[in-house]
Ligand binder design. Structure first.
Ligand SMILES: [Zn+2]
Length: 279
């Protein structure tokens, strides 16, 4: 990579906008700010307030709601009104809650995801929200809402890639930076262990039998084989994968750039920056 892509290159900032506690382990919720070529894009809009998550979803929650999003954007010098495009990777409540903050933006999501949000597989009924669905359906096309079917070039250097598996309309955004292509995978694989299950840097329990393969997400609407195929397709199109709920993701890309965090950062505080791993 690095063949003079600067004109079509973007920067990416990871926004920490929520924290849930799942099986006793803190699970961060992230969104991503993508900037370049006179556009300011947000990937996912974060989750509800902590007390609402505890009440409605019976999930321990330490951080959530619009304020962490506003604060995280503010740390990057951006106000919500400056976001022109919002990519919703899927419509689960921890990714699509704070839609109201971005009234001036155009929202982009898969048509298949909207249909599934209205009538999900039974195991995911609790992960969607009628409030979110109503807000999406209430948008006026096409200035506020772009529904897409499969892969879609958002702009030069910005490719939306459909990765059905976690949900039917799950998608990721592959972003061209000066160092290479970063794949914001969302929950197509929410941890490094999903993408590199045989690597001891990625997983506390590396499984050699899974070398050159993937560990599908725990929550699935699709069958495992198509899910693995979608993950493979996504992985082959980017230079690094940035998973949604792993605390070790790079904070500022391309300044920070690692395919995998180094081993001794496995359980460290999320504000620590792992050493850059040279590919
Ligand atoms: Zn999620």
């Amino acid at each position: 990579m690095g063949r003079g892509h600067s004109r079509d290159a973007y920067t990416i900032d990871t926004l920490h906008v929520g924290t849930m506690v799942i099986d006793g382990i803190e699970s961060p919720v992230h969104a991503w700010l993508v900037r370049g070529r006179d556009t300011t894009i947000l990937v996912d809009v974060g989750m509800p307030e902590a007390d609402l998550v505890q009440k409605r979803w019976a999930t321990e929650c330490l951080l959530g709601g619009p304020q962490p999003m506003i604060d995280a954007l503010g740390r990057e010098g951006v106000s919500p009104s400056e976001i022109d495009t919002v990519v919703l990777t899927h419509l689960h409540f921890d990714h699509a809650w704070n839609i109201d903050l971005f009234a001036g933006a155009r929202f982009v999501l898969q048509r298949a995801e909207l249909l599934h949000a209205v009538d999900p597989v039974p195991t995911q009924r609790g992960s969607y929200s009628r409030d979110i669905n109503a807000k999406i359906v209430g948008m006026r096309r096409p200035s506020e809402l772009l529904l897409i079917d499969g892969d879609h070039d958002l702009a030069d250097g910005l490719m939306l890639v459909a990765t059905p598996g976690h949900t039917p309309g799950q998608m990721g955004l592959i972003v061209q930076t000066t160092r290479g292509r970063a794949g914001l995978s969302s929950d197509a694989g929410e941890h490094y262990a999903n993408w590199y299950p045989a690597d001891p840097r990625a997983s506390d329990h590396p499984t050699r039998a899974l070398a050159d393969s993937f560990m599908p997400p725990k929550m699935l609407s699709e069958a495992i084989v198509p899910t693995l195929q979608a993950m493979s397709r996504f992985r082959s199109r980017c230079d690094i994968v940035v998973p949604s709920h792993d605390p070790r993701v790079p904070r500022h890309m391309p300044d920070q750039w690692w395919e995998l965090p180094v081993a001794d950062t496995l359980s460290h505080d999320r504000e620590d920056s792992p050493a850059v791993l040279e590919a």
